[in-house]
Design a protein around this ligand. Structure first.
Ligand SMILES: [Zn+2]
Length: 324
């Protein structure tokens, strides 16, 4: 028998055995292989266990990170939502403010419009008031003129000849203004008021002559006065005559237009010459005692179309006019 060969006998319960022959060398190899496999299995198991552990740790880390990330994301989202909410609120407030502003502006415009319309109405009322007063005065003037017998043809009917012409197409206000202007211009020329502000010593009409004591007609009014007192023109006029005569002494005749003239007599001094233009109230001479006179006084006459008229009516009208 070969020493290098091993006999392995395996018996069962029945007693039948089996014999396995194996060389030692093979057995050694088998044992070595088994050990090697066991080692490998052990190492593999350890490694697997270790890896498993690592995996668990990793998974935990991943979970933690996920949670952290989730927390962070949720926080961010919440902040964003809050910001969006705030922005929406701000926008709503801005819109509200804008609407308020608009309402205020509209209210201001409304107020201004109301004011403008009120002013417009006031202006219209004032204008109508002026027109009404103008018309009223125009009528007063007309009445006065009628009273002293002054014929002034101020009319707005183009069909009539003569008189002052006023465009019938002009507005009522313009026509009234035109009419009043014409009255005023006429009034400025008419001999109204007193040539001197002193007492009347002799009126217009029949009287006993102071020099010869005979019945006579006094064609004017005598005003008391001291030599040197100022004598004034009773209306705008042109000096027709500035002269001296035996009866009237130093005298001045003013032409007022529309057929009217005034005479100022017995002056001590004449201050205007023929052709001069004078205005109402202007000093034209000084009281005196020249000509047929018994003492210092002013003899004053009003003529209409070369005939004498009572100056008193004109002086009374002037009083009425100044009181208006
Ligand atoms: Zn006289």
């Amino acid at each position: 028998m070969n020493e290098s060969t091993l006999h392995i006998i395996i018996t069962g319960e029945s007693g039948n055995g089996r014999t396995l022959m194996m060389k030692k060398k093979h057995l050694r190899n088998l044992i070595l292989s088994t050990v090697l496999i066991a080692v490998l299995l052990f190492v593999g198991t350890i490694t697997g266990l270790h890896q498993r552990k690592s995996n668990i740790v990793l998974q935990e880390k991943v979970a933690t990170l996920s949670r952290t990330l989730e927390d962070k994301t949720v926080g961010k989202q919440e902040r964003l939502v809050a910001q969006v909410g705030q922005l929406k609120e701000s926008l709503a407030e801005a819109k509200k403010a804008l609407a308020e502003n608009r309402r205020e502006k509209l209210a201001i415009i409304d107020r201004y419009e109301t004011q403008v319309s009120q002013l417009e109405q006031k202006r219209t009322e004032l204008f109508e008031g002026s027109i009404s007063r103008l018309d009223e005065r125009s009528k007063i003037i007309k009445t006065m003129m009628d009273k002293i017998g002054v014929k002034i043809e101020v009319q707005d009917d183009p069909g009539h000849s003569g008189g002052l012409y006023i465009d019938p197409n002009a507005r009522l206000s313009d026509r009234l203004l035109d009419k009043t202007d014409q009255y005023l211009s006429l009034i400025q020329q008419l001999p109204l008021g007193r040539p001197i502000n002193t007492k009347i010593t002799s009126r217009y009409g029949r009287r006993i002559d102071p020099l010869n004591s005979k019945k006579a007609f006094h064609a004017g009014i005598d005003f008391k006065g001291r030599t040197g007192d100022k004598v004034r023109a009773t209306g705008n006029a042109v000096v027709r005559l500035s002269s001296y005569s035996k009866g009237l002494g130093n005298h001045i005749i003013l032409s007022h237009g529309n057929g009217y003239e005034t005479l100022y007599a017995h002056l001590s001094k004449r201050l205007v010459k023929s052709g001069d233009k004078v205005v109402r109230g202007q000093n034209i001479g000084l009281v005196g005692n020249t000509g047929r006179s018994t003492g210092s006084h002013l003899h004053y006459e009003v003529h209409f179309r070369t005939k004498t008229v009572d100056p008193m009516k004109f002086m009374q009208v002037a009083k009425l006019l100044s009181s208006k």
